[in-house]
Design a protein around this ligand. Structure first.
Ligand SMILES: Nc1ncnc2c1ncn2[C@@H]1O[C@H](COP(=O)(O)OP(=O)(O)O)[C@@H](O)[C@H]1O
Ligand SMILES: [Mg+2]
Length: 253
C-alpha cells in the first residue's frame, strides 16, 4: 500500500512536554482518526507533519519523500490543513479572493485560478456566497469556505482538526458528505475527534496518542476492542449511567 505519510521514530520536545518515538502511517485513500485527550500532542503532531516544527530525531516521509527544510514548500503542496476555527484560516476580503489566494500562489494562470475557485465552491455547495465578505458568514458556512480554499489547492492529503466542533446537525451532515466524496479521488484524510461516533462510523483506522506517545495505530475494529484505547476515547454511555444514578452531581458520595 502506498504511504501518504510515514512518521518514523520522531522525537520532539517543548520545555515541559515531549513526543517520543512517534510512529504512524497514513495510507493513500485511508481515512484515519487521530485520537487523544487534551494535551496529548495531536496539534503538535500535525505541526510536525506540516513542517511547522522540526523533529529533533526521526524522519517524516510524504509520498516517499523525506521532509527536509529544503523541500518543505514542495512537499507541503500535497497537504491541506483545515484549522479547528475557520476564522484562523480566512483572511481575504471576499470568499472568491480567499479561495483564489492559494491557487494563485501555485502560479496558475488566472483562467485556471478561476476554474479552481468555481469547482471548489461548487463542491462545498457555496457558489451563492462567491462575493460575500468572509466575516459575514455563519460558523458552518465559514467552515465550508475554508474547506473550499484547501480543496482548490488539490491536496492529496487532508488534515482536519475537529471538523465538526460547534456545528449543528445539518451542517455536520453537509461537511461529512463533502469529505466522503473525497474518497472517490483517493485523498488521504487524518482527522481529530473526541467523538466515538465518528471513529466508529467514519475512520478506517485509528492512531491514539497518550502523553506524547503513540499507544495504538491500527484498524478501527481493533481500536474499539482495546481497553487502553477506549480509556483515551471516553465513553458517553458511562457518563449517562452515572448521570442517571445521580452520581455525577455528587463527587463526594
Ligand atoms: N508552543 C508551545 N510551547 C510549549 N509547550 C507547548 C506549545 N504548544 C503546545 N505545548 C504543550 O504541548 C502539549 C501538547 O499540546 P497539543 O499538541 O496542543 O495537544 P492536543 O492538540 O492533543 O490538545 C501540551 O502540554 C501543551 O501545553
Ligand atoms: Mg489540539
Amino acid at each position: 500500500m502506498t504511504c501518504a505519510i510515514d512518521v518514523n521514530n520522531v522525537y520532539f520536545r517543548y520545555d515541559e512536554f515531549e513526543m517520543d518515538n512517534i510512529q504512524m502511517e497514513l495510507h493513500q485513500a485511508e481515512h484515519k482518526a487521530l485520537v487523544g485527550l487534551n494535551g496529548s500532542g495531536k496539534t503538535t503532531l500535525f505541526k510536525l507533519m506540516l513542517g511547522l516544527l522540526e523533529p529533533e530525531e526521526g524522519e517524516i516521509y510524504v509520498f516517499d519523500r523525506k521532509m527536509t527544510p529544503e523541500n518543505l514548500w514542495e512537499v507541503r503542496k500535497d497537504i491541506g490543513f483545515l484549522f479547528q476555527n475557520p476564522d484562523d484560516q480566512l483572511f481575504a476580503p471576499t470568499v472568491w479572493e480567499d479561495i483564489a489566494f492559494g491557487p494563485r500562489n501555485l502560479g496558475l494562470s488566472e483562467a485556471d485560478v478561476e476554474q479552481r475557485v468555481r469547482e471548489a465552491l461548487d463542491f462545498v455547495r457555496m457558489s451563492d456566497f462567491t462575493n460575500r465578505p468572509v466575516n459575514q458568514m455563519s460558523h458552518g458556512q465559514a467552515k465550508r469556505v475554508a474547506l473550499a480554499g484547501i480543496l482548490a489547492m488539490k491536496p492529496r492529503i487532508l488534515f482536519l482538526d475537529e471538523p465538526f466542533t460547534g456545528l449543528d446537525f445539518p451542517m455536520v451532515r453537509s461537511i461529512f458528505d463533502i469529505i466522503q466524496k473525497l474518497r472517490d479521488d483517493g485523498i488521504s484524510v487524518l482527522f481529530t475527534t473526541h467523538n466515538r461516533f465518528f471513529i466508529e462510523n467514519w475512520a478506517d483506522s485509528v492512531v491514539v496518542l497518550k502523553e506524547g506517545k503513540v499507544i495504538f495505530d491500527g484498524p478501527t475494529h481493533e481500536a474499539l476492542t482495546n481497553t487502553e484505547v477506549l480509556a483515551q476515547i471516553g465513553d458517553w454511555d458511562s457518563l449517562k449511567r452515572d448521570m442517571n444514578r445521580g452520581r455525577i452531581y455528587d463527587d463526594s458520595a
